[in-house]
Design a protein. Structure first.
Length: 314
């Protein structure tokens, strides 16, 4: 049968043992001696046995109390540790955030975001997984991912919050020997006869729905990863469409990167978050940090495009 023992009673008992004095223990607990004595009496009444031996000179544990004392200390120690861990989680001195994103974002925005967050919250462990968008959404649904990133047009169910955090213009990667690289930009009409090496999921809905059908690429060559598409473009004719933020990645393959216009189409990037009712303090802080940080991505993208324009004209 469970006994109704309180934590205050246990703390009073341990305090008396450590001080070997009711008066000193009362001072340590900021209680009157009568109040402390009352807690000890209540504890002994609840457990039905004498825990302390009292004389005019000292207080010590009884035979039963000697056995009970380490167990009481362990209960209080475990509670103090649990409360400390809870405080650490609440104050973000500790915590875990599991983040996932497809390759294009993994190679561009996410490393910068995670580094900036870790500078502000060094005690939080951010674990990142670069996986296809289908696996990002699957992780959110099965609980193995806390926050995901991907194109806004990929619609999850109502258990996931969607925050559009950036809209980046689409540019086109071309081989340096492609005649289109002589201009300052490329139109969709210009690309119509070139094979489009496509890694984007749902390109028809997310991208081509914004382009007149007569200017749609006549041939789509499907691949799974942007690095695969760019690698293929190095050895064959064609084109790869990427958000402008991918400029460093594209140029790392020795390709030319130009604005894609007529019409200009933006690639909307979203953050996907499991429903807020189930978020830890660390995950909430990463979500809020991302929302505050995302405007700087747009500013960096504008400056990068301006620099590309200046480079092209010189």
């Amino acid at each position: 049968m469970a006994m109704d023992v309180t934590l205050r009673q246990l703390r009073a008992y341990v305090a008396v043992l450590e001080a070997a004095s009711f008066s000193e223990a009362a001072k340590a607990m900021h209680l009157s001696q009568a109040a402390l004595s009352g807690l000890i009496k209540e504890l002994e009444s609840r457990v039905g046995v004498r825990l302390l031996d009292r004389t005019t000179r000292k207080v010590s544990a009884s035979a039963v109390g000697e056995t009970f004392a380490p167990m009481a200390r362990r209960v209080l120690s475990n509670l103090d540790e649990a409360l400390e861990n809870l405080t650490n989680l609440k104050e973000l001195r500790r915590g875990l955030v599991r983040v996932a994103a497809p390759e294009t974002l993994s190679c561009t925005l996410l490393p910068e975001l995670i580094a900036e967050y870790n500078n502000s919250h060094p005690g939080v462990d951010v674990r990142f997984d670069d996986v296809p968008i289908q696996e990002v959404l699957a992780g959110l649904h099965n609980g193995s991912t806390d926050i995901g990133f991907g194109p806004a047009g990929v619609v999850p169910d109502q258990s996931v919050e969607v925050h559009v955090i950036c809209a980046d213009p689409l540019w086109v990667a071309l081989r340096s020997d492609d005649p289109l690289t002589k201009g300052k930009s490329v139109s969709w009409k210009d690309l119509r006869d070139r094979p489009l090496l496509n890694y984007m999921p749902n390109i028809a809905v997310n991208v081509l729905s914004n382009v007149p059908p007569r200017h749609h690429p006549r041939e789509l060559v499907p691949v799974h990863r942007v690095n695969t598409a760019l690698s293929m473009l190095r050895v064959r004719q064609g084109a790869v469409i990427c958000p402008s933020m991918a400029a460093p990645l594209v140029r790392g393959f020795g390709l030319t990167f130009l604005p894609l216009l007529q019409p200009a189409v933006k690639w909307k990037i979203a953050m996907f978050v499991r429903h807020s009712a189930s978020l830890s303090p660390a995950v909430e802080s990463f979500r809020d940090f991302t929302l505050d940080f995302s405007p700087s991505w747009a500013a960096v993208g504008i400056e990068r495009r301006r620099a590309d324009g200046r480079q092209k004209t010189t």
